[in-house]
Design a protein around this ligand. Structure first.
Ligand code: PMP
Length: 432
C-alpha cells in the first residue's frame, strides 16, 4: 500500500471559503475534524459503500451519513422511488397515504410502538418524547446517562456525547440552568447509581432515557442485565423507560435494540435509517401515552415538513430493502469481520485498543479497556486516534472524525472493502 498524501486542494479551498460563511465552516460540528486535526474533506457524491471528494479521491465510507445509509448510498431502488415521488411534489403539509405505510411498517417492526408521530430529525424526536413523558407522568425530572446524546435540545445538553464530547464542552453556553435542573445523570451501565437517583427523588422522575447501545461516546454495549435492570427500576418507581433508537433502530436489528435484547421500553425515538437519507425522525410507544399528543390529546408538537412525501418514500423503500432475507445476517457477518480484523491488527502491531460490534454498528477505542461507560471511553488516546484517522483517510478509508463516534457498515460493503480496510489499518498501525 502506497503512503502518498492525497491531493485535497479543492477541499481546502472550499473549506476555507466555508469558514467565512458558516460557523466553523460546517452545518454540524463533528464534520469540521476538530478532534482529529487536519482539514476536513469536502465531498461531491456518494454511491454504495463509497464517497468521493471534490478532488476526485474515493474512500470506503464507514460514516454512512451518520447512520442512514444502511442499504448503501444512493441505492437504485431508493433513488427511483424518490424520482417518482418527486413528480408529485415535495411537500403537502397535509395527510398522505405514505405516512400510513411507513407508520405501519414502524409499528409492525418495533415492539414498543403502537402509535407513532413523524418529525424531521432525531433531535425533534427526543424533544417530543421528553414532553410526552413529562405530561404522562406529571413529573419533570428525567435520568439520562453520561456520554449519551439525545440531540441538541436544552434539557439533554448535560454530560452529552457526540459533538459535545468531541469538542470537550461539558455543557453549552446559552442553556439556562432552569432547562437542565431537572436532568439527572448517571454513569452508563450503573444500575446502583440509577436506583440511588430514584430513591433521592421519589415520585419526581418521569423516566429514564438512554441509547440502548451507545454510539455517541464511541461504541459501548450494555452490560448483561443493564437494560433488564432499568426496565425493573422504572416499573418499581412508576417512571417510563425510553429507548433512544435514533441510531440503533433498524440498524442492530430490524426491530432495533428492543428486539435484539428482548426488553420493551414504554417509548422509543427513531431517526436516521427510517428516513433513508432524508430528514426524518419519529417517536412512538404505548397507545395510552401517545394518545396525549396533539391533536388527539393536549401535548403540543407540530411540524411544517413532518411526514413529507419524499422523506416517507425514502424511508419506506429503505425498510423494504432491509426486510429482504439475510440482510441482518450479512450486516453482522461483515461488521464482525471488520471489528475482529481491526482488533487483531492492533494487537499484532502492539497498540492498546479495545472495541466491538453489534450488527452494523462498531467501534474501537485507543485504550486497553474494557469500556463500560463514558469515563472509561475518555481514557482513550485521542491524539493517537487522530493520527490513525488521518492515516486511514490517506489510504482511502473514511472513518468518523472522532474517537467518540461509532462506525457504521451497510449492505453495500463487500468482503473486499473490509479486507482493504484491515490492510490499510495494518499499514497505518505499523507506522503509528
Ligand atoms: N439520538 C441519538 C442516539 C443520536 O445518535 C442522534 C444523532 N446522532 C440524535 C439523537 C439526534 O439526531 P439528529 O442529529 O437527527 O437531530
Amino acid at each position: 500500500m502506497v503512503n502518498t498524501p492525497i491531493k485535497t486542494t479543492k477541499s481546502q479551498e472550499i473549506f476555507a471559503a466555508a469558514q467565512n460563511l458558516m460557523p466553523g465552516g460546517v452545518s454540524s460540528p463533528v464534520r469540521a475534524f476538530k478532534s482529529v486535526g487536519g482539514q476536513p474533506i469536502v465531498f461531491d457524491r456518494v454511491k454504495d459503500a463509497y464517497i468521493w471528494d471534490v478532488d476526485g479521491n474515493q474512500y470506503i465510507d464507514y460514516v454512512g451519513t451518520w447512520g442512514p445509509a444502511i442499504c448503501g448510498h444512493a441505492h437504485p431502488e431508493v433513488t427511483a422511488a424518490l424520482r417518482e415521488a418527486l413528480e408529485k411534489g415535495t411537500s403537502f403539509g397535509a395527510p398522505s397515504v405514505l405516512e400510513n405505510v411507513l407508520a405501519e411498517m414502524v409499528i409492525d417492526a418495533v415492539p414498543s410502538i403502537e402509535m407513532v408521530r413523524f418529525v424531521n430529525s432525531g433531535t425533534e424526536a427526543c424533544m417530543g418524547v421528553l414532553r410526552v413523558m413529562r405530561a404522562f407522568t406529571n413529573r419533570d425530572k428525567i435520568i439520562k446517562f453520561e456520554g449519551c446524546y439525545h440531540g441538541h435540545a436544552d434539557t439533554f445538553l448535560v454530560k452529552a456525547g457526540s459533538g459535545v464530547a468531541t469538542l470537550g464542552l461539558p455543557d453549552s453556553p446559552g442553556v439556562p440552568k432552569s432547562a437542565t435542573s431537572s436532568t439527572l445523570t448517571a454513569p452508563y451501565n450503573d444500575l446502583e447509581a440509577v436506583k440511588a437517583l430514584f430513591e433521592e427523588n421519589k415520585d419526581e422522575i418521569a423516566g429514564v432515557i438512554l441509547e440502548p447501545v451507545v454510539g455517541n461516546a464511541g461504541f459501548i454495549a450494555p452490560d448483561a442485565g443493564f437494560l433488564e435492570g432499568l426496565r425493573e427500576l422504572t416499573h418499581e418507581y412508576g417512571a417510563l423507560l425510553v429507548f433512544d433508537e435514533v441510531m440503533t433502530g433498524f440498524r442492530i436489528a430490524y426491530g432495533g435494540a428492543q428486539e435484539k435484547f428482548g426488553i420493551t421500553p414504554d417509548l422509543t425515538t427513531l431517526g436516521k435509517v427510517i428516513g433513508g437519507g432524508l430528514p426524518v425522525g419519529a417517536y412512538g410507544g404505548r397507545r395510552d401515552i401517545m394518545s396525549l399528543v396533539a391533536p388527539a390529546g393536549p401535548v403540543y408538537q407540530a411540524g411544517t415538513l413532518s411526514g413529507n412525501p419524499l422523506a416517507m418514500t425514502a424511508g419506506i423503500k429503505t425498510l423494504e430493502l432491509l426486510q429482504k432475507p439475510g440482510a441482518y445476517e450479512y450486516l453482522d457477518r461483515i461488521t464482525k469481520k471488520l471489528a475482529d480484523g481491526l482488533l487483531q491488527v492492533a494487537k499484532e502491531t502492539g497498540h492498546a485498543v479495545c472495541g466491538g460490534q453489534i450488527s452494523a454498528m462498531f467501534g474501537l477505542f485507543f485504550t486497553s479497556g474494557p469500556v463500560h461507560n463514558y469515563e472509561d471511553a475518555k481514557k482513550s488516546d485521542t491524539a493517537k486516534f487522530g493520527r490513525f484517522h488521518r492515516g486511514m483517510l490517506e489510504r482511502g478509508i473514511y472513518l468518523a472524525p472522532s474517537q467518540f463516534e461509532a462506525g457504521f457498515t451497510s449492505l453495500a460493503h463487500t468482503d473486499e472493502d473490509i479486507d482493504q480496510t484491515i490492510a490499510a489499518a495494518r499499514d497505518v498501525l505499523s507506522n503509528l
